[in-house]
Write a new protein. Structure first.
Length: 73
């Protein structure tokens, strides 16, 4: 129970820290997080390194998020 409450509090603190970010910073952060998760998953599933896949995916996702931040949908 204590671990669950700690994890929820930690997540809330992290999300609250994003409220003062610019649109570009938010897109860069979310792109990096999505890219890291996808890269780590693909790296693990293909028999490669999950860490290397996460690093490459995170960098690529952050770059795409930063470069596409000016588009308004």
């Amino acid at each position: 129970m204590l671990k669950t409450m700690s994890a929820a509090l930690f997540g809330a603190v992290l999300l609250a820290g994003c409220s003062n970010m610019s649109h570009t910073e938010q897109r860069t952060l979310s792109g990096g997080a999505i890219g890291a998760a996808g890269g780590a998953t693909l790296g693990a599933l293909t028999g490669g390194s999950a860490v290397t896949g996460g690093l490459i995916g995170g960098a690529a996702g952050a770059a795409v998020g930063a470069l596409t931040s000016d588009r308004r949908y």
